[in-house]
Design a binder for this molecule. Structure first.
Ligand SMILES: [Zn+2]
Length: 309
């Protein structure tokens, strides 16, 4: 379905004066999941109205922004534009302070999911990747008696996390030298869709896990996002370079050597969480081809059929 952005929302976003098109971009020629080079242009604008295109890999169905901003441009984006943009979209202030309440709720909910798998295992150390202000890592650390480390690129949010008693690293997991340090629990909470290299990061994380270690990761399920909006465009946004589905994330995990031990549909019906343990990598793992065909048909249907009543 063709949707339009409400005039008030459009005006709030325009008032930010952010010129997305003028930022430096790079065009991707290969799929980050399967390496395929046949890419289908899926959409031409995002939910904010920016001229951000997504591609879908014809081979595996992975969806990603393409072209997308360079790492440097994303650095600037997170340092001042991201939170105001999300605030303008929703029409209310969303910042490091206001997210604390919902982060706490999220932390309690996710801790309940993993608790049965952590009991009696004797885990001691935890790394939270992209952990923002540390609400989630702080809750996990106290709930499960873990020594928590948080890595995030936003200096102000890292400061909050340090005040909660967490060890902190200001930076990116893709670039930081961990000097052989490994962790019993790694969290990638509401973060994987923001990464620039999902495959590389998951392989890195696999190496950061101890033999008894566990990874918690969750995705915004792209299919859930476009079905609820009945718009593929409105399920895309410049803050998410990747749009994962249950099929693509599971292929990513298998390739990296991460075996899923638990799956959980969040109460919001949008996020899907995975708890994984180290396993032998399956570098050729792919989504089922029938599922890829069904995905393209469904996205096309949503783009053209009337919203169901
Ligand atoms: Zn692919």
């Amino acid at each position: 379905m063709q949707t339009t952005i409400a005039p008030e929302r459009r005006a709030r976003i325009a008032a930010l004066g952010y010129d997305y098109a003028a930022e430096p971009h790079e065009r991707l020629t290969a799929c980050n999941l399967c390496g395929g080079s046949l890419l289908v242009t899926l959409t031409r604008r995002d939910r904010y109205g920016y001229p951000a295109q997504t591609s879908a890999c014809a081979g595996c169905g992975l969806v990603f922004l393409n072209p997308r901003m360079t790492a440097h441009a994303y650095g600037r984006f997170y340092d001042g534009i991201y939170r105001p943009l999300v605030s303008a979209f929703h029409g209310r202030l969303i910042d490091a302070q206001t997210i604390q309440g919902e982060q706490q709720e999220y932390a309690v909910d996710r801790a309940n999911m993993v608790r049965p798998f952590l009991a009696g295992v004797g885990l001691r150390t935890m790394l939270d990747i992209g952990g923002s202000t540390g609400v989630v890592a702080g809750h996990f650390a106290s709930e499960f008696g873990l020594r928590g480390t948080l890595i995030d690129p936003a200096p102000l949010e890292v400061e909050h996390a340090r005040a909660l008693g967490l060890d902190t690293i200001t930076g990116l997991v893709e670039e930081h030298d961990f000097q052989g340090q490994r962790y019993d629990l790694v969290l990638i909470c509401q973060t994987i869709d923001h990464l620039l290299d999902v495959g590389g990061t998951l392989r890195r994380v696999r190496d950061l896990l101890t033999d008894r270690g566990l990874l918690f990761v969750d995705i915004v399920d792209f299919r859930a996002a476009y079905l609820r909006n009945w718009s593929v465009e409105d399920a895309t946004k410049i803050d998410h370079p990747y749009y994962l589905t249950q099929e693509t994330v599971q292929a990513y995990l298998r390739r990296a050597g991460l075996a899923v031990v638990a799956v959980d549909y969040a109460a919001d019906h949008l996020h899907v969480s995975y708890l994984c343990r180290p396993a032998a990598p399956e570098p050729a793992a792919l989504p089922d081809p029938a599922g890829v065909t069904a995905f393209f048909k469904e996205a096309r249907y949503v783009q053209n059929a009337p919203r169901p009543q």
